[in-house]
Structure formats: C-alpha cells, structure tokens
Design a protein around this ligand. Sequence first.
Ligand code: BGC
Ligand code: NOJ
Length: 815
Amino acid sequence: MRYGYFDDEHREYVITRPDTPLPWLNYLGTDAYVGIISNTAGGYSCYRDARLRRLTRYRYNGVPADSGGRYLYLRDNRSGEYWSPSWQPTRGDLDSYECRHGLSYTRISSARLGVRAETLYFVPPGETLEVWRLRVRNERGGPADLSVFSSVEFCLWDAQDDATNFQRNYSTGEVEVDGGVIYHKTEYRERRDHFAYFACSEPLTGFDTQREEFLGPYRGWDRPLAVERGESANSVAHGWAPHGSHHVRFLLAPGETKEVIFLLGYWENPREAKFDPPGSQILNKALVRPVIDRWLRPETVAEGFRQLRESWSSRLSVLQVGTPDQDTNRMVNIWNPYQCMVTFAMSRSVSLFESGISRGIGFRDSCQDLLGFVQLAPGRARARILDLAATQLASGGAYHQYQPLTKTGNDAIGSGFNDDPLWLVLGVAAYLKETGDEAILDEPVPYADAADVRPPLQEHLERSLRYTLDRLGPHQLPLIGRADWNDCLNLNCFSAEPGQSFQTTENVAGDTAESVFIGGLFVLAAREYAPIAERRGRAAEARCYRAEAEKMAAVIAEHGWDGAWFRRAYDHSGRAVGSAADDEGQIFIEPQGICVMSGVGIDDGMAVRALDSVRERLATSHGILLLQPAYTSYHLELGEISSYPPGYKENGSVFCHTNPWVMIAEAMAGRGDAAFGYYQRINPSVREEISEVHRCEPYVYAQMIAGRDAPAQGEAKNSWLTGTAAWNLVAITQWILGIRAELDGLRVDPVLPAAWPGFTATRRFRGATYQISVRNPGTRLTHLEVDGRRIEGTLVPLAPPGATVHVTAGGQGQG
Ligand code: BGC
Ligand code: NOJ
C-alpha cells in the first residue's frame, strides 16, 4: 500500500494522506541553519549544532507522535471553527490534504470549509533563517472573515539542558516584541551573543510569547485557548516557556488569495554591539532588521526559492542517468544524492531516531558519507576532511565524534574504535579522485592531543595505516579495540551491569581480540593509499603499503577463512567469531563484503565462494541480513550485538549500510544480476508499494530493515541519517553502472543486469562533461569509443575543462 507517489518531474514525493505510518520527514537547509520537517509540519530547527544551538523544541517519544513543529491555525471568525492546515496539531478533518517533500523544501496544502491553504517551508541558500510562505484562498461563494495564528515553542539553546534543567530554566526565559517581531533572547543578557526571531509580514492583531498564555492551562497544541477564543493575550514571557505566536486577521472576498510570510531565524550580534542603547539590556536590532525586512517581501522569497531550486539542479547535474529502471533513475538522479547531502550535513545528529543530543559528527560515519557526497560539493568535502583529520590523535587513532559548533572531539559515545582512522584514507582518496586537488595533502593539520604539531594531511593518512600495523594480535590480524565498524561487536567489554554503556565501558585490556573486518579494510585502504603516495614521490612508502596489504591479505586467507566464507573476528579468548563451528552467529556479512572489495580471495575462488555463501545464508527478499543465525541469548563475550532481540539492528537485521558492500563485491566478481538484485531489494522506491510493511519514508534509505528472525520482518527503522545513502550511491553508480572517478580519468566499467539493453549517463567531472552511452555488453568491457576513437581498456583520459566528451561502449564488436 502507498501513502503517496513520486513526482519525478518536480523532484518531489507527494504524500496524499497525513496519517503516514510514521512521520515522514524532510530537511530544510543543508548548511548552517537546518531543520527537520514532517509531512504534518512537525520538527525543529537549529543553527549549526543540534545540541548546542537549538532554536525550537521537539518532544521525542511524545504522544501524540511528532509533537512540536512549525504550526499554523486557521480560524473562521464567524463560526469560531479552527483547524491546522498541516493537519497537526489539531488533526481535524480536512477536505483535501497534500504534502510535497522536495529538495530542501516542503509544501503542505489543504482545504477546509472552502478555505484553501498552502504553506511553503524552506531555508534560502546562504541565510540563517527559514521562510514559511502561507497562501490562503477563499473558495466560498461569499466573503470569509479569517484569523491566522502561528506557533513555535523556543528551545533554550542547549537541547540537553533544555530537556532536563528545569530548576534553572523556568526562570531564565526572556523575549522582546518589537515592530511585529518576536525576539527570543534567553541568556543574551550574559554570555550569548545570539538570539532567535519570529517575524510576520502582516500587521499583528495580537501576539503571545508565554506558552501557557497561548495554550491555556492543561491544554495542548490541539486546542490552544488563544485560537479557540480568537484572541491573543499579548503575553510577554518571563521565565517558563518562551513561545512565539502571531495573530493576523483578514477578510477575503470570494476567490481572493492572501499571502502571509513568516520568518524564523537566528542572528548573532558582534559582542561589542549587543545592546541598543549601549549599556541597556535591549537587543540591538539594527543589524538584523534589514534582513528581516528584506525576507518579508514576496519578491525576495520568490527569488530565494528560485535560487534554492536552481542550486539543486546544478548540484544534481553532476550525474544524471537514463536506465531502463525507473526506481534506479529516480534514486540516482534525485533522492539518493539528496540523502547523501543531508547525511553529510547532519552526520548522525538530527532525525526521528537521533535526538540531536547524543551524537555529533561521527569520524567513521562522516568519512564514509564523503564517498557519496564528494562530487556534490567538493569545497565542503575538503573542509570536512580537514576538520575530521584535526580530531585525529597523535597515535593515529581518532576521536569517534566531534561537536559541529566547537569542532572538538569527545569520547561521549566511546573511543578506541580501531577501524576509525582507516576510513579517513578512503574519504581522502575519494576526494582526490573526484577533484585532483593534491594540494589538500599538504595542508597542515594538528592532532587533537598535540595541537602544536601540524603535520601535512598526507602524514595523517600514513599514520592511520600505521595505527593498524602497530596493533596486531596473536594471528597478526588487527586488534579490534572497543569495536570496529560494527559498534556492537564488543569483544573486550564483558558488561554484566544493567544499563551500562557498551560504548564507553571497557573492562579488560584489548590485546587479543582481532577483527577480520579491519584486516580487509586495511587492505582496501593501503591499496588506495599506495598510488597516492607514489604520485607524491614517496615510492618507498607506496611499496611498503603494497607489501603490507599483500601480507594482510595472506593473513586473512590463512586465519580469516572459515572454509566457505570469511570469519568475522577472534574474541578475547581467541575463539573464532563468525564460524560454522558455532550454533549462532556463524556468518557475518561485513567481512564478505569488505574482503572481496579489497581484492582478497579474488584470484583463488574464495571471493566467489564467500559471495555464494551470502546468497545461500544471508539473502532474503527484504535485503541481506547482517548475520545468521541471530543470537538468541546474551553473550557476555560479544557485547551489545547479542543484546538486541533476534532480527533487529546488528543482531541479524538487514543492516542496509552493509548491503552495498556485497553489491560492489558482486559487481567486482562480474555478476550484474546478483549485484542489481540486491540493489533492488532495499531500494526505497521499489519498497514504496509495501509502505504499510516498510513504514519509513519511501524516498530515502533506512539504516535497518527488520530481519527474518524479527516478528515484524520488513519493517524499516532509522531512516535518513545512515551510511547506507553513500554506499548505495557508490554501488549503483560506480560499480553497477561502473562510472568511477579515478586519479587519472573517468572509468566506465559497467556490470549490468542481463535484461538491460544498456543505459546513458551525463557526468560532469573535473570541469568537463562526459556523455556516456552504453549498450549492455553482457560481459566486462575491453575497450571504449571516446569521441569516435577506440581506446583499449575502460579508462577515459581526463579532458580539458569545458570539453564535452562522447563515450560509447558495448557497441558492435565489443565485449
Ligand atoms: C547502535 C549502533 C550505534 C551504536 C553507537 C548502538 O546501539 O545499534 O547502530 O552505532 O549504538 O551509538
Ligand atoms: C551506526 C553507526 O553510526 C556506525 O558508525 C556504525 O558503523 C553502524 N551503526 C554499525 O554498528
């Protein structure tokens, strides 16, 4: 069953009923000012940091769901009836409803009692504000006497403190109302130089800034007293809960439309010009007021929206494909890059499943996000790489995350994940291949625990590899540390205390437990690094890492092979994890994907054998399971993985992040049908028709889909912020369609499903445009036609910026 449909021409998903199985989210803003918005206008906004600079409140886990948002109320002043044009929070009957989630904007339209309303929400590029443009149209035979009430609840900035520290916070709230604008200025009197504002383009009939005055005692947003009464209290908040509500009243003739613009924004004043007059406690509004005035004008809003649309068209034009498969086209051309951009911007901080409080910018996560993002905005990728590298430690290890506002690393969600640094090598390699910007390797970047040392970025990469080699275990495989990619495989933890964090507790010294996965990742990273070192005149280093990669590959073949698949790890006592010798947890997906991707076992048949085992044991119609059989009881020696009920999360769900590794491995093995078959199973657009089972948004990937051991097999969770986005884009575009940026050119090496006649693509790469047309060769290509000339192999040489290059492949005589 569907709850809407894709409108590919407008790059929108159109939701046709408000009561989706879960709130279906979109994101506003991809830069400093960002927010989430659901299909019924729920959500919140923040500036740069969801924990430290939160503008508005949201009640995670609240009832009814999705509570706190960008709410509007329409009121018929003759009858006193009122409703929310976005359905929430009043949830009354609407005569029509439609939500269009587009790229960085959402438009919600509805009609009731002959009044049509449409609200467009977006953040104009480069601004630190969001626009809500409301259009109300009278479709009745007679005049309509209407009121509009707006409503936002301010958060007192630090979202963690805001949700817990009531003894202080009920006394600190402060606002000003001036010239129709509501300013939220809690703590501005002391150390904050920033405030939020909520403005309206119309003269106000009234306003409220004290939540309790607006709602009335013991009422919720579904029945605010001010709206019921048709009159604001003009309250000025002191303490308690600062809130923003405008009341606008107007008469509409039949057929007449009224446009009202609301702005919710963030502003920072220079410290020396905080107050006006100086020495007072009154906000200096001189700098922000012109910005407000400009954005309250309909022309500015229309132009800002046009620019937003255009910025997305230009970003997406980096790769557009025409394949025989509509689900592939819309994911590759629209939604998957969009999700990559959002995931890159937010890391793992703001979604329906991430509260914005506990997780900041993840080191491992962001390095992987880069793989899907780098071509969309290389400048931002560059800056992120340097920020990430600056949270690396002198040992080569890394802080597992940092707060975006302060850019300082922290151990709040654990430390000592031994895979972390290797991802930096992959992220930087992807950046170099896309941009050719080798100068980044010379950028001086400090170590987080040795700020006075600022080695060039290249040394950070070298140290990342060295970190693995310095930490080998009894089998010469890498030590796992706290955990590797799988946060929940905690082999040194031995936690028996209820509620104790698996991520931050380490009970035993970790000098025996080893990870085959990190072994494979090391081989991959070392093989990526060697040609980079070579280009930089570091031939000896290149040789060294090629040799180390060989050595590690041999160790994996010897100690990491279980007979029919790669093992996962060795636990603290030296026992193999992911082995047929066990009853449960016999086979894990991660080492099968990553080892094959790194080239281990390609020549001696192990790779194909491992992939066949994946098909036999892990593949389901909903995707590939992380492990089988799932653990049915808690294992002290394995940690969090066995804490999950079977079929969920790391204990045997379809952990979607890992599926593209197998797609890539299958493509490397030349098996296009298998690769594409796996791609389709988790493609959200394909799953749209089972939305009542999948339940999450059909336009973005979710982190997991419940596995076959779970009671709700096929149900997705943790949509939006997941490495699944980047890896799927990599798998489909770089390995199945085979269009890959490389250091010396653009690779065109597709591995297609047999039924496809071929595909076309346009790829912008290092300033040139490549028009690619492939007829399915049914096998690996051996040569290409580039501008009518035959070249051997599949690497299209770099063309000068501005050039258009025609690449055809798989034509007559190819194969
Ligand atoms: C989740 C993981 C997550 C980890 C770290 C675990 O509970 O299952 O997916 O990476 O916590 O926060
Ligand atoms: C989600 C985390 O963000 C990611 O870093 C980790 O690799 C996966 N969970 C698997 O545990």
